[in-house]
Design a binder for this molecule. Structure first.
Ligand code: CP
Ligand code: NVA
Length: 308
């Protein structure tokens, strides 16, 4: 039975920890320790939205695991327009072994996975970005090994926030979201995460009180104010989000030694200032590199699940 990687909710804390352990091993032994689980296999990538990190890290990951990758232009595939999402899946499964997709609607990737015999990996949708969350988890385990991390997300309760919320719940971390009113994470995902926290010992708080939120932070995370697909809301959001900028004033409210991260791309001077993003406290570029290692672990897990 094939398994997909769509939201992280479908994975147990033990499975996530095992993938993170493997990611750390693959990082330490890059070029020496990979199992070539994609030898003789082909992966396909379809991106409905722009990408730098996700596209290049998946391409490198598939190559380093012995596979070949084909990039299809989403406009030419036309999932749901040129033909149905299900028909795209039924054709791809006959030719390739792995599908990596970045879509607008989360429903598109859910339908793609449901109709495809090959594993499907979510490379970001409007609701989730689980690969980013895995890179965050790896980065935290490196920066604060063995610690129950207090993570604080500042800004839009969007796809990245949702996935960081999920991994924090799964790993038993404490997670606080500080968003402007009306931009909190989806209530449904928050409810699920609160339920997971009850089992893992994590804690989830959602607030509009920024300074209170960062009081005990080990790491402050942020993301753009207007995500891909929300360009029309840019001006409206620019009027709401400035008090939630991650800047030196906010860092001063957090404990000494607080770390900072961002999924990138950053809008420097909007959600985060240059001095903070470029400071020694910033893990954003380490986390970007960790996308590669985390995704190699995810693919290895999907293609050899009994091995870890
Ligand atoms: N963080 C991230 O997913 O970056 P890209 O949009 O450049 O892939
Ligand atoms: N929330 C951002 C993340 C980009 C990696 C977006 O969806 O555009």
């Amino acid at each position: 039975m094939k398994k997909d990687f769509l939201t992280l909710l479908e994975y147990t804390p033990d499975e996530i920890r095992a993938m993170l352990r493997l990611a750390a091993e693959l990082k330490a032994g890059r070029g020496r320790t990979e199992r070539r689980v994609l030898e003789g296999k082909t992966g396909v990538m379809i991106f409905e939205k722009p990408s730098l990190r996700t596209r290049i890290s998946f391409e490198a990951a598939i190559h380093e695991l012995g596979g070949h990758v084909v990039n299809l232009a989403a406009e030419s595939v036309g999932m749901g327009t040129r033909e149905s999402v299900e028909d795209v899946a039924r054709n791809l499964e006959r030719i390739v072994h792995l599908v990596v997709a970045r879509t607008f609607a989360h429903d598109t990737i859910t339908r793609l996975a449901a109709s495809c015999k090959a594993p499907v990996i979510n490379a970001l949708t409007d609701l989730y970005h689980p690969c980013q969350a895995m890179a965050f988890g790896l980065t935290m385990q490196e920066a604060r090994p063995g610690k129950k991390v207090n993570a604080v997300f500042v800004g839009d309760g969007n796809n990245v926030c949702a996935s960081i919320m999920i991994i924090c719940a799964k790993l038993g971390y404490n997670f606080t979201v500080a968003s402007p009113a009306g931009y909190e994470p989806h209530a449904e995902t928050a409810k699920i995460c609160a339920g997971i926290c009850a089992e893992t010992g994590g804690r989830l708080d959602i607030t509009n009180d920024l300074f209170e939120a960062v009081k005990n932070a080990d790491v402050i995370y942020t993301d753009v104010w207007a995500s891909m697909g929300q360009e029309a809301e840019t001006q409206k959001r620019k009027a709401v989000f400035p008090p939630y900028q991650v800047n030196a004033g906010l860092i001063a409210r957090a404990p000494k030694g607080v770390l900072v991260s961002h999924c990138l791309p950053a809008r420097r001077g909007e959600e985060i200032t240059c001095d903070v993003l470029d400071s020694p406290a910033s893990l954003a570029y380490e986390e970007a590199e960790n996308r590669l290692h985390a995704q190699k672990a995810i693919i290895t897990h999907l293609f050899s699940r009994e091995a870890i």
